[in-house]
Design a protein around this ligand. Structure first.
Ligand code: BMA
Length: 364
């Protein structure tokens, strides 16, 4: 229950620290450069549009393994523009799988991240790792001892450090042909305010959750010296009853660069817009007080049954807030109604085109 209010001078110091703390020697790191670019866009009151798995598959197509070309996209097919932000998920990397939990070839993921970066886009990774204690998936909440078991001293600690290594190895391998590391917005341990993942609210204590973050950061940044990660914290919006709920498990200003939340449209327009307003008010205030970037890290209306969703629901909900991006979830190719971006002929496609042309919205 702590809301940390910082005077302006401290905020300036925090901004300075967060852009070089712990990772930069003297030259600007890929992460610092991305943070600077994101801040510049926010200052211009621009909001980037993002889509999960955009270049991997769409409503009725899927990339072949070991693809050489990453030009297909449902979003591009509708609007002639790619999303500025391209999200993907590392779930499965922990076990050395060749494909992630949604059947994306990890080689394609790496190559498409580079291709998107070289087109001027921004890449973000979430992670739905399997349950290291039970062997189940990320949604296996049958034990509340999982986080405890992977922290230092826990029975699965060494085992789990191997999982972090696999995730780190993958993100450290995303390089251009010239050998330049591609910066990524790295968003592990998301939606922790709910209790549907093994790292969720009722499955570990506040101290354990924060220790999990610290262990992840210390391994990747301090031990491995990774310089391409922009660290993102994103609670689930449904549980944000107060600013204190947002702050309760916040891992710390020295770890986090960007704060956001995940918020889905499931009921009426009004329900969604009021949930978004609440979460945006809390997140943007928190970001301002802590000198961090803000974003809507996941959102969407499954099946897009509202033909004017983009211009009459999403855009009005976000337009007055300094958020760097808004990312809608994936268009599954194997579940006909599980999509969050339009595709040609989809009933919100025309409205999406209008949204993508708005001066405030940045596509690639
Ligand atoms: C969920 C759904 C699942 C998917 C998971 C990870 O929200 O889209 O089908 O496996 O995200 O991408």
């Amino acid at each position: 229950m702590k809301k940390i209010l910082k005077p302006i001078t401290v905020i300036a110091a925090v901004v300075a620290m967060s852009s070089c703390g712990g990772r930069a020697e003297s030259a600007q790191t890929p992460a610092d450069a991305l943070i600077e670019d994101l801040n510049a866009l926010v200052e211009q009151e621009k909001i980037m549009y993002g889509h999960q798995d955009d270049l991997m598959y769409g409503h009725d197509w899927k990339l072949e393994d070991d693809a050489a070309d990453f030009s297909r996209s449902d979003v591009e097919a509708v609007s002639d523009k790619y999303p500025a932000v391209f999200g993907m998920d590392l779930g499965g990397i922990e076990l050395g799988w060749s494909h992630n939990l949604d059947k994306n070839d990890f080689d394609n993921m790496r190559a498409s991240a580079v291709a998107h970066h070289e087109r001027g886009g921004i890449v973000t990774f979430s992670w739905h790792p399997r349950n290291p204690l039970t062997g189940g998936d990320a949604w296996d909440v049958s034990s509340d001892q999982v986080v405890a078991s992977i922290l230092p001293g826990g029975e699965k600690h060494e085992y789990f450090m191997g999982w972090l290594k696999n995730a780190a190895d993958f993100m450290a391998s995303i390089k251009t042909a010239d050998g330049d590391l591609v910066p990524v917005i790295w968003r592990p341990w998301h939606e922790h305010t709910g209790s549907w993942f093994w790292w969720g609210q009722k499955l570990c204590t506040t101290e354990q959750y924060k220790a999990l973050w610290r262990m992840t950061y210390d391994y990747m940044v301090i031990e491995r010296g990774m310089t391409n990660l922009v660290w993102a914290y994103s609670p689930g919006a449904g549980e944000l009853s107060s600013p204190e709920a947002f702050a309760e498990r916040y891992p710390g200003d020295d770890i986090i660069d960007l704060v956001g939340f995940d918020c889905y449209h499931s009921g009426s327009r009004e329900d969604y817009m009021s949930k978004m307003k609440n979460a945006l008010d809390i997140t943007v205030d928190f970001a301002r007080e802590h000198g961090k970037l803000a974003a809507v890290t996941e959102t969407g209306h499954e099946g897009l049954k509202d033909p004017k969703w983009w211009t009459e629901v999403l855009y009005p909900a976000i337009k007055d807030y300094p958020v760097s991006y808004v990312l809608t979830w994936r268009n599954a190719c194997d579940q006909p109604t599980h999509y969050y971006a339009p595709f040609p002929g989809q009933e919100s496609a025309e409205d999406f085109k209008t949204f993508a042309e708005l001066p405030q919205i940045i596509m690639l």
